[in-house]
Write a protein that binds this ligand. Structure first.
Ligand code: NDP
Ligand code: OXD
Length: 315
């Protein structure tokens, strides 16, 4: 008798997205049975789940899962779910085309603010030929919080443009090309040399709310915040107060505590806040499919898959 195909369940908060990913994954995993999850679905006996921000119910009703694959880099939307058992391995995307997009976003933001490109756009409307003084990279030291798959690539790319770059991570590292700091003990020194603060930390119990009044006060004056990790890293009231006091010159924000950002949120209308709708780096479908299908096939062969999330640190 022919063995039944191993089942894989796909779950996202949006039914149409779930259906779309089910089709993509079924085409890429023809030897498996790929199921689109829907609310109220009983146990499907799925061995693997492929998810993005799934409801807790997925894990509550699918007790036989041997591994969970995340359709993104950040796993905060999964790790917080009470029904995810402690022994279920979670795998995340690593880079998957996102590191290059992040570097582009950060370099664009720094150049726009430091070179005054917005001012030139305003002056164009008045047909005003009016050059600004030359900009020295040394006046714009960049500090990157998080030196993982994304942060380390951003650090190298910004350093290649000639900006002084430092990075801050949890553990020490040998990196000759940028200055590095680690742990709580070196955070203050990292902040004191930083004018452009780029956040690329994972959202964990340790990093939630890290960008607050006390942290912002330790940055160089007229600092710029570029938050491209998670809204939960930021205390919004503190960022708004720092913008109003001038401690922060500008904030470039891609991620928010509430997404979509509510229409009446003060960020929308603040003259020194630049907003993008969680698009600093978008998962590239082909690379996501390749990483996840390879991971599932490795596990099926009894091998290790890359991108395993450490349960003790949550990233
Ligand atoms: P990684 O897990 O590869 O890297 C995380 C980095 O953060 C590591 O360098 C780690 O230190 C450091 N870190 C973690 N906790 C702490 C801490 N408590 N103190 C100091 N440093 C810490 O993550 P990625 O680079 O792949 O992704 C980073 C985040 O980017 C994701 O978690 C996600 O939230 C966000 N993201 C946002 C997107 C967007 O479009 N806006 C798209 C994709 C991701 P160490 O190296 O010592 O372990
Ligand atoms: C991710 C994201 O974590 O898109 O991949 O935010």
């Amino acid at each position: 008798m022919k063995e039944a195909a191993v089942k894989v369940i796909v779950a996202t908060p949006v039914a149409a997205e779930t259906e779309r990913w089910q089709g993509i994954m079924q085409a890429a995993l023809p030897e498996f049975e790929v199921i689109a999850w829907r609310p109220g679905m009983p146990d499907t006996q799925a061995r693997y789940a492929i998810v993005w921000s799934p409801p807790d119910e997925v894990f509550r009703n699918q007790p036989g899962l041997r591994a969970v694959f995340n359709l993104g880099a950040g796993v905060d939307g999964i790790m917080k779910l009470p029904s995810l058992t402690a022994d279920t391995p979670v795998y995340r995307l690593q880079d998957a085309g996102m590191a290059g997009q992040m570097a582009e976003y950060v370099i664009h933001s720094i150049a726009e603010l430091s070179r005054g490109f917005e001012i030139y756009r305003r002056r164009q409307k008045e047909a005003a030929w009016s050059p600004l003084p030359a900009v020295r990279h040394a006046e714009w030291p960049v500090g990157i919080m998080g030196l993982g798959k994304l942060g380390s690539h951003v650090a190298q790319s910004v350093a290649a443009m000639g900006y002084p770059v430092a990075g801050w991570a949890r553990s020490p590292r040998e990196d000759q090309s940028i200055e590095t700091f680690h742990g709580d003990g070196q955070l203050e020194a990292f902040l004191a040399r930083t004018r452009v603060l780029v956040n690329l930390l994972p959202l964990t119990a340790e990093t939630a709310g890290i960008i607050n009044a006390a942290l912002i006060a330790k940055l160089k004056p007229h600092a710029v915040l570029i938050n491209i990790a998670r809204g939960g890293h930021v205390v919004d009231a503190d960022v708004l107060a720092a913008l109003d006091s001038g401690q922060l010159q500008s904030a470039v924000l891609d991620v928010f505590n509430d997404e979509p950002l509510p229409q009446d949120h003060p960020y929308w209308r603040h003259p020194r806040v630049r907003i993008t709708p969680h698009v600093a780096a978008v998962t590239l479908e082909d690379q996501a499919v390749q990483q996840i299908t390879e991971g599932i096939r490795l596990l099926e062969r009894g091998q290790q898959a890359p991108g395993l999330v450490a349960r003790d640190t949550g990233y």
